[in-house]
Design a protein around this ligand. Structure first.
Ligand code: ADP
Length: 236
């Protein structure tokens, strides 16, 4: 099954709501943590109370991390575009994750179109999209599997651009999950592992570059995410 994400109003409104909620949660949360740590500094606590309070502290810390990534997500930071070699950018990201793939026993390969022009992109933001997608592919792909990344020139709705395809031979995505993938907080990963913000953040970044993301997946066979980025100067 396939899903294409071009412009999502739903996402924008969820983002705004999330930002508001995250902001409101942050202050009381800081108070909870401050008081918890204050009590933990007492020397007269019964062992059992201390251990329960340590759980309160670590779980609250977890909530704070989630709130922080939510704030990062909703901040929609402005782009700092520069002229970039897309293949070089992908090679950098692959380098960062090569070792992780090796340890997992998953092959990670990249084949770039040699005739790509330079693109005007935000280096850090695009790199975080690539890293996030490669990590997702690694998480989904068992030992012996493959992740292949490819670039090629491609036009979309008459605009010239580049297509970056990240395919894996992993678990695939259940069809009932396909239209939730880009929703903030949608995750199938175990508690503490995924926040479900990776694809939501990635979709925001690609949209701000004037591009789009599409997904093709077959359960039990694998998944391919395709990012398309326009060649023209990217207005915000
Ligand atoms: P997270 O990685 O924290 O779960 P993401 O937004 O990056 O958040 O991904 C959301 C969900 O999309 C994942 O939990 C997983 O179910 C699914 N997903 C993303 N990429 C893949 C992939 N390559 N193969 C299978 N499932 C994937």
């Amino acid at each position: 099954s396939e899903i294409r994400l071009i412009q999502s109003e739903k996402q924008a409104s969820v983002g705004k709501l999330a930002a508001g909620v995250a902001h409101e949660i942050n202050n009381p949360l800081t108070a909870v943590l401050t008081f918890t740590h204050m009590i933990l500094r007492r020397t007269d606590l019964p062992g059992e109370v201390r251990s329960d309070l340590e759980t309160v502290a670590s779980q609250t810390e977890r909530v704070r991390k989630i709130v922080k990534s939510l704030l990062d997500f909703s901040r929609q930071s402005a782009l700092t575009p520069e002229s970039l070699d897309v293949n070089g950018l992908i090679q950098e990201s692959v380098k960062l994750l090569e070792n992780q793939a090796l340890i997992k026993g998953v092959s990670l390969s990249f084949r770039g179109d040699d005739n790509l022009p330079l693109f005007t992109l935000d280096h850090n933001q695009c790199q975080s999209v690539l890293i996030n997608m490669i990590i997702n592919a690694l998480d989904a792909t068992p030992s012996g599997g493959k992740i292949s990344i490819q670039t090629k020139r491609a036009s979309l709705e008459n605009a010239n651009g580049v297509e970056i395809k990240i395919s894996d031979t992993g678990t695939g995505i259940a069809s009932e999950h396909m239209d939730k993938l880009f929703d903030p907080f949608f995750t199938t990963k175990e508690v503490g592992k995924g926040t479900g913000l990776g694809l939501a953040v990635s979709a925001g970044i690609i949209q701000r570059h004037g591009g789009s993301i599409s997904v093709n997946s077959t359960l039990g066979e694998g998944t391919a995410f395709t990012i398309w980025l326009p060649m023209a100067d990217n207005p915000e």
